[in-house]
Each structure stands twice: as structure tokens, then as C-alpha cells.
Design a protein around this ligand. Structure first.
Ligand code: NAD
Length: 493
């Protein structure tokens, strides 16, 4: 373990622990792997690749806890969620620091992530008091009334990606708990630190077994997918894994919501307000070092906006400061690990090979105090054609491709040819154009003069095509995913 200058002692953990049956415990596995501070390129601890046994213990404790948790009156259950919200607010700075240290995003971005996680607690509480109630109709026939109630389904498995280590689990955890379900969470093995600190909070608030956290990789995930006592599985991550999870969980009779990867387009019309547009674009393309599933990756210039847009976009991108996420003034932190750095550099080389014009090259960026960090600066390719690999693949780094089309129809056609459908944005001053784009584009989250089209917690986090597998999306649609409906038809003689 290296000494990490900015880290409060509390955040340092030699070993990432699991939360099982209300206790923070070591995994029974001896298979430990290092986790990193990508800004410094240094090891900060070890994460276990937990075994099937660990998952089985977590599921057993969640099943036992379900008996009493699901029977608690809703107003009583919600008190625990209010406590969770308060505790997360109180620990926000510490949790954000942990996210930054293990993921690399800036502290401001990490705080934004936590704000959204907390908003999901609020949204879940509101569902508990409103839509969980069910329906009633008197006299559906002579002297017969009909009632529909919601019931929790049991244990829910939650599998998370590296890029929003706390927010993504919170797209699901608070909802499941409000409905009376219990959970087993499997954080990313790359960025487990944040959820481990959340585990310390959960441990103090909830009865043992209601929330369990098992750290690990494929073996833990496979056990979650196979386990007969897990009734629903949620997944957020890359498309290939999403397809695997969707098929395997369904094979084992589970409900599944699987969100996949993305390649998002920003379409800029000639009548866009360019200065506002560009400041939105740079934070979408390069914020979180491009490692957001809602990050724009392809910039589509329509008609004669092309030259001026390009000039302003490049100038603004150059002014972004690449640096350590905890340092003030940093706009772009590192990418998450050495593999990501290698993959992104590989794509840049590929773009050059394919004949795209590299007009801003972030590969040489130097962050003086942190020479071993995994940094790559904003990178822009011009003259990209839609069939190039860099225009099609999810690079998941700070790399933008500029494509030039003649009109809105060509832009929409370009967007709709993508295998992905996570998000798409248009920048324009014309309401009619924006409306047409929003109705014709095949993408789950549409931004109109918004670069990161992120739905608030009280809307579904949508996603289409290969960006989503299933019917019920994260956030509010978990109401149907995590509950059963029971219909009672009653007559009294
Ligand atoms: P990933 O698919 O590599 O990993 C996600 C989770 O799946 C991790 O917990 C990991 O342990 C597990 N996993 C990985 N490979 C597995 C396998 N073969 N079998 C079983 N489990 C496996 O994704 P990532 O790199 O952590 O996250 C980045 C990806 O997530 C990007 O593609 C990004 O677009 C996507 N993402 C999508 C959304 C969305 O809402 N659509 C949100 C955030 C991130």
C-alpha cells in the first residue's frame, strides 16, 4: 500500500471487504487483485474476487432478511431510507473523495454523481408513498370489488460498472429496499472503494442481511445469475457483457434489466448558438475523461456550421486542463487504468491508420506532479467517415470524431445507423427541427441543447438498441421490475 497524500486515513483500506449479514467481512477467496489511484498510477488496496461461497452466504442472508423486511409497514421501511439519505449527505465529501481516488474523475464530477445517487433515494421514497399503493375498483360486477396490490419479489442482484461506482448501484438499491426486497450488490472490481464506504453506512442503518455487497468478477456474477433465490438481476456495463447477462439470467428464470454500451452523437445545426453549444459539447465529450455512457463521441456538423464549429470546438478543448481529480482547476482527470489507456491509444492509432485527420492529439499530455498517472488529453479527429472504426466503436475515452453532413435528414440517418441507442443530442435554435429530431431519432435519452442527456431519478434512464436489453429501465421503472402484482377479486355473501 502506498501513501496517498490527499487521502484521509479512513478511506485507505488494505483489503476491500464484503458486507454480508450486516458485517464487513473478508472474502473467503484468496484471489486478491490490486486496485489503483489512476491519477497517480499507484496501487491503493486489494479487491477480492469472491467465490461462489461468498455469494451464497450473501444470498442466504438476504433471503432470511426478506422475511421480516418485506413485512415491515411501508412508513416504517421508509424511515430507514430517510436515514440513509441524511447519512449519505453527511458523508458526501468523503464518498466523493473515494470515487475520485479510485476512478479518477474530478471531485466536482464525483459530487455530481453522489447528488444523483441521493436523488434516487428521494425518488424511491416518493414511489413508496405513491405508486406502490396499487388500485381498487368497487363493483366490477354485482357486489364484487377488485383490488390490485404490489408485492416485493425477494432478493435482487445488482451488477455495476466501473464508471459510476456509487450512482449506478443507487439506480436500484433504494427502490428495491422501499418495495420490501433485499439486495446483493456486486460493484465493479476496478472501482470498489466507493461502495465499500457506502457499505459502512448501510451496515449502521439497515437490519442485517437487507443489503449485502460482494466484491468480485466473473465467478461472483455467474453465481448471482444462477442462484435460484435471486429473482431479478440488474446489470449496467458494456454491451457484450449485457448480452451475456441478459441471456444467462433469463435462462435461470430471472427478470433482467441490462443496460449496455454507447456511442452518442451530438448534431449541431447551422442556427445553433455556437458559444453555448461548444461549452456544452466539451464537457460532454471530455468530462470524466469521456468515460460516461452519456458522453458524446461523434460530433455531426450540419451544413455550413462545420468550419466555425470545428474552430471553436478545438480551441475550447485545448483550454481544458488535464490533471489530478482532487486538484482544483482540473477539467479532465485520468482514465481509469492502464488497460483503458492502452485501448484508447490503440483507437487513436487506428483512426490515423484509417485516414481520419488528427487535429488535436491528447497522447502527449503531461501532468507534471503525476508522471505515472493514466492521462490522455482531449483528442479530436476531423474528416471522419461513418464506416470508420473510430466512428462506430465505443472508445470510452476523451476522443471526439467530427463528421460532416449536408442536412438534418442525413444527420438523423447517421445517428440511426449506429448499433447503439443510448443518447443523442441536437443543438439548434429551431423548435420544429428539435422536435423532428427528437421524434425520429432512435435513442433512449435525447438532449435538445443539452450535451449530457441524463434523466432525473424520477424518470426512467432510457436506452435503445444495443444499449439496453429488457423492458424495464433503471430508476423509476424498477417499480414493475422489482414487484409482483397480485389481483384480489372479492365478494362477501
Ligand atoms: P463491463 O461490462 O466490463 O463490466 C460491468 C460489470 O460486469 C462489472 O461488475 C464486471 O465485473 C462484470 N463483468 C465483466 N465481464 C464479465 C463477464 N464476462 N461475465 C460476467 N460478468 C462480467 O463494463 P465496465 O467497463 O465496468 O463499464 C463501462 C461500460 O458500461 C461502457 O460500455 C459504458 O457505456 C457502460 N455503461 C452503460 C450505462 C448505461 O446506462 N447504458 C451506464 C454506465 C456505463
Amino acid at each position: 500500500m502506498t501513501n496517498n497524500g490527499n487521502m484521509s486515513l479512513h478511506i485507505i483500506h488494505d483489503k476491500i471487504m464484503n458486507l454480508i449479514n450486516g458485517k464487513l467481512v473478508e472474502s473467503s477467496s484468496h484471489d486478491y487483485h490490486p486496485i489503483f489511484d489512476p491519477g497517480k498510477g499507484e496501487e491503493i488496496g486489494m479487491v477480492p474476487f469472491s467465490s461462489k461461497d461468498d455469494v451464497d452466504k450473501a444470498v442466504e442472508s438476504a433471503s432470511d432478511a426478506f422475511e421480516s423486511w418485506s413485512k415491515l409497514p411501508m412508513p416504517d421501511r421508509l424511515q430507514y431510507l430517510f436515514k440513509l439519505k441524511v447519512a449519505m449527505e453527511e458523508k458526501k465529501k468523503e464518498l466523493a473523495t473515494a470515487i475520485t481516488i479510485n476512478h479518477g474523475k474530478t471531485l466536482t464530477e464525483a459530487i455530481g454523481e453522489l447528488d444523483r445517487a441521493i436523488q434516487n433515494i428521494e425518488s424511491a421514497i416518493s414511489l413508496g408513498y405513491t405508486l406502490f399503493k396499487g388500485q381498487y375498483m368497487r363493483s366490477v360486477a354485482v357486489k364484487i370489488d377488485e383490488i390490485s396490490v404490489r408485492e416485493p419479489i425477494g432478493v435482487v442482484g445488482i451488477i455495476a460498472p466501473f464508471n459510476f461506482p456509487i450512482m449506478v448501484p443507487f439506480w436500484f438499491i433504494p427502490y428495491a429496499l422501499v418495495y420490501g426486497d433485499t439486495v446483493v450488490v456486486k460493484p465493479s472490481e476496478i472501482t470498489p472503494l466507493g461502495m465499500m464506504l457506502v457499505g459502512e453506512i448501510l451496515q449502521k442503518i439497515f437490519p442485517p442481511g437487507v443489503v449485502n455487497i460482494v466484491n468480485g468478477a466473473k465467478e461472483s456474477v455467474d453465481r448471482i445469475l444462477e442462484h435460484g433465490d435471486i429473482k431479478a438481476v440488474t446489470f449496467v456495463g458494456s454491451t457484450n457483457t449485457a448480452k451475456y447477462i441478459y441471456a444467462k439470467a433469463a435462462e435461470h428464470g430471472k427478470r433482467v434489466s441490462a443496460s449496455g454500451g454507447a456511442k452518442n452523437f451530438a448534431v449541431v445545426m447551422p442556427d445553433a448558438k455556437l458559444d453555448d453549444t461548444v461549452s456544452n459539447l466539451i464537457s460532454s465529450f471530455f468530462g470524466s475523461a469521456g468515460q460516461r455512457c452519456l458522453a458524446n463521441a461523434n460530433l455531426v456538423a450540419v451544413g455550413d456550421v462545420y468550419n466555425e464549429l470545428k474552430r471553436k470546438f478545438v480551441a475550447a478543448s485545448k483550454s481544458m486542463r488535464v490533471g489530478y481529480g482532487l486538484d482544483e482547476g482540473t477539467d479532465v482527470g485520468p482514465v481509469v487504468n492502464e488497460n483503458a489507456l492502452r485501448r484508447i491509444r490503440g483507437y487513436i492509432e487506428k483512426g490515423v491508420e484509417e485516414g481520419a485527420k488528427l487535429i488535436l492529439d491528447g497522447r502527449d499530455v503531461k501532468v507534471e506532479r503525476y508522471p505515472k498517472g493514466y492521462y490522455i488529453g482531449p483528442t479530436i479527429f476531423d474528416e471522419v467517415s461513418p464506416d470508420m472504426v473510430i466512428a462506430k466503436d465505443e472508445i470510452f475515452g476523451p476522443v471526439a470524431s467530427i463528421l460532416h453532413v449536408r442536412n438534418l435528414d442525413e444527420a438523423i440517418d447517421l445517428v440511426n445507423r449506429s448499433r447503439y441507442g443510448n443518447a443523442s443530442s441536437i443543438f439548434t435554435s429551431a423548435g420544429g427541427v428539435a422536435r423532428e429530431f427528437a421524434s425520429r431519432v432512435v435513442a433512449g435519452n435525447v438532449g435538445i441543447n443539452i450535451g449530457v442527456a441524463q434523466p432525473m431519478a424520477f424518470f426512467p434512464f432510457a436506452g435503445m438498441k444495443e444499449s439496453f436489453f429488457g423492458a424495464l429501465h433503471p430508476q423509476v421503472e424498477t417499480l414493475d421490475l422489482f414487484t409482483d402484482r397480485k389481483v384480489i377479486i372479492e365478494r362477501w355473501f
